[in-house]
Ligand binder design. Structure first.
Ligand code: ADP
Ligand code: ADP
Length: 209
């Protein structure tokens, strides 16, 4: 199954993509995770995009499209994938059409108030990308990753100013994709506000899996 998870930052796309990937074996492809991994390893790409991510702006389309095209050419993505955080602009969506076909676009819907609560409480294990929330999904030991015991961090772009900018960027550049995919009749809306187990159950119902 070839899926896109669309929705504002903090809506729970990564959390649901990772659960769905664990239960189905379909690879979870997060452009944000790929950029952060490159930043951590200080690759040429990482050095180029670090300031952009920290501000909450978008990485240029051409660079992002090439990255996803290459990733989708890998063997594990041949029969299915969950794209989390891509496409984020109309040119990215147009480009995707030239190298892949999509079965469903799941649109995660959440109010601005809840988005801000989720982003400001998000904590991440840097090495694995595992994500927690101080209130909604706390680790067993405060501030520590459940599997490795290592320190959790707050992402630089989850600071208040960057959050505001990311939401603006989302409304201007990404939200138009809702109409774009609605017209193609592959958009499936999901209410992202309930607890994770409920959202996950609804997601599976929606995808009939
Ligand atoms: P996105 O990938 O859309 O930016 P995440 O999956 O990283 O969102 O989730 C944002 C934050 O909200 C994380 O801290 C995560 O633990 C928490 N979260 C995810 N889903 C839910 C949910 N259904 N209810 C409450 N908190 C959630
Ligand atoms: P969130 O789920 O919280 O919005 P992501 O991890 O998806 O965050 O993305 C983090 C950052 O990575 C974005 O703010 C942006 O700078 C960059 N990024 C991720 N995906 C894309 C994309 N498709 N196009 C451009 N920039 C992207």
């Amino acid at each position: 199954m070839k899926l896109i998870f669309l929705g504002p930052p903090g809506a729970g796309k990564g959390t649901m993509a990772s659960r769905l990937s664990d239960s189905t074996g379909i690879p979870h492809i997060s452009t944000g995770d790929i950029f952060r991994d490159n930043i951590g390893r200080q690759t040429d790409l990482g050095v180029k995009v670090k300031a952009i991510l920290d501000r909450g702006d978008l990485v240029p389309d051409e660079l992002t499209i090439d990255l996803v095209r290459n990733r989708l050419e890998q063997e594990d993505a041949r029969n299915g994938f969950i794209l989390d955080g891509f496409p984020r602009t109309i040119p990215q969506a147009d480009a995707l059409e030239t190298f892949s076909s999509i079965d469903h676009v799941v649109n995660f819907d959440l109010s601005r108030e809840e988005i801000i609560k989720r982003l400001s409480g998000r904590r991440v294990h840097k090495a694995s990308g595992r994500t927690y929330h101080v209130v909604f999904n706390p680790p067993r030991n405060a501030g520590k990753d459940d599997e490795t015991g290592e320190e959790l961090i707050t992402r630089p772009d989850d600071q208040v100013d960057a959050i505001k900018n990311r939401l603006e960027v989302y409304w201007k550049q990404t939200a138009p994709l809702i109409e774009y995919y609605k017209k193609k009749e592959i958009l499936r809306d999901i209410d992202a506000s309930p607890a994770p187990d409920e959202v996950f159950a609804k997601l599976k119902g929606l995808l009939r899996i």
